[in-house]
Design a protein around this ligand. Structure first.
Ligand SMILES: NC(=O)c1ccc[n+]([C@@H]2O[C@H](COP(=O)([O-])OP(=O)(O)OC[C@H]3O[C@@H](n4cnc5c(N)ncnc54)[C@H](OP(=O)(O)O)[C@@H]3O)[C@@H](O)[C@H]2O)c1
Length: 246
């Protein structure tokens, strides 16, 4: 493996119960990393039992939920080598229909939850350094109908990444972001449930298909490994070519 080697590195992946986070946790485990994965509730992490992945429950929209897990990993393994902020929620509704509580639910999960988790990691690792991968979206880069608040939080994820990369570089922290395109997960159930919409979305992607959750793993493994050691504050887009057309 050489520079891509993750053997013995500790990685914490939020939102590892399903979709992209589940695929990442399996691929990191296959790469011999020590993997901790979170879900928002006990049932979400059931599948991890017996796999070698350490499951923990944490609702990232709640203050203080991630700090104990990061502290536990540090005290057991000496260091958390890589944090992947993947947990997130999306809704596709017209901007005019957003209720106050819906706006804050998305912001508290996708933006505040991500920021607080970065903070908790930095506080415990500022003397040893760290590596953060934030999962944003192509919708953090380009506009898309019915995704105003979600897109706003994903744009914010990119700017958190760039700002903290600049602020924490002298503490030996690297931060980079991944922007997936349309990936075949529960988040796109609305598209998958409507054959016409599914066909038109698929046709609009240069590679003519939605991504598979495991399509995101290569970029994440690269960013978690020493192969990317001179990279910080950057964005990797994994979208089958979608954003090159927009
Ligand atoms: N799918 C796409 O097309 C796409 C495209 C671009 C970016 N992304 C981003 O990729 C990430 C993963 O998306 P996905 O498609 O894999 O979504 P998904 O299948 O809907 O899974 C979402 C994950 O986030 C977790 N989560 C949600 N709210 C949480 C909370 N308050 N506390 C803790 N965990 C929470 C869920 O845990 P539970 O199972 O416990 O609810 C689940 O593990 C998200 O940040 C998403 O915005 C997805």
């Amino acid at each position: 493996m050489g520079i891509f080697d993750l053997n013995g590195k500790t990685v914490l992946i939020t939102g590892a119960s399903r979709g992209i986070g589940k695929a990442l946790s399996e691929e990191f485990l296959n790469s011999n990393a020590i993997v901790y994965g979170t879900g928002s509730k006990e049932e979400s992490i059931e599948w991890m039992k017996g796999t070698g992945i350490e499951g923990r429950v944490a609702d990232i929209s709640k203050a203080g939920s991630m700090a104990p897990i990061i502290e536990e990993i540090k005290s057991k393994h000496g260091k958390l080598d890589c944090l992947i902020n993947n947990a997130g929620i999306a809704v596709n509704i017209p901007a005019v229909a957003f209720k106050e509580e819906d706006i804050y639910k998305i912001i508290d999960t996708n933006f505040v939850g991500m920021f607080r988790t970065c903070q908790a990691y930095y506080k415990t690792h500022k003397l040893i350094g760290g590596n953060i991968i934030n999962v944003s979206s192509v919708l953090g880069l380009v506009g898309y109908s019915l995704s105003s608040v979600y897109s706003g939080t994903k744009g914010a994820a990119i700017q958190i990444t760039k700002s903290l990369a600049a602020e924490w570089v002298n503490n030996n922290f690297r931060l980079n972001a991944i922007c997936p395109g349309f990936i075949d997960t529960d988040m796109n159930k609305m598209i998958k449930d409507k054959p016409q919409v599914f066909e038109s979305v698929s046709k609009g992607i240069p590679m003519k298909r939605l991504g598979k959750p495991e399509d995101i793993a290569g970029a994440a493994i690269f960013l978690a490994s020493d192969a990317s050691s001179y990279m910080t504050g950057q964005i990797i887009v994994v979208d089958g070519g979608l954003s090159s057309l927009l």
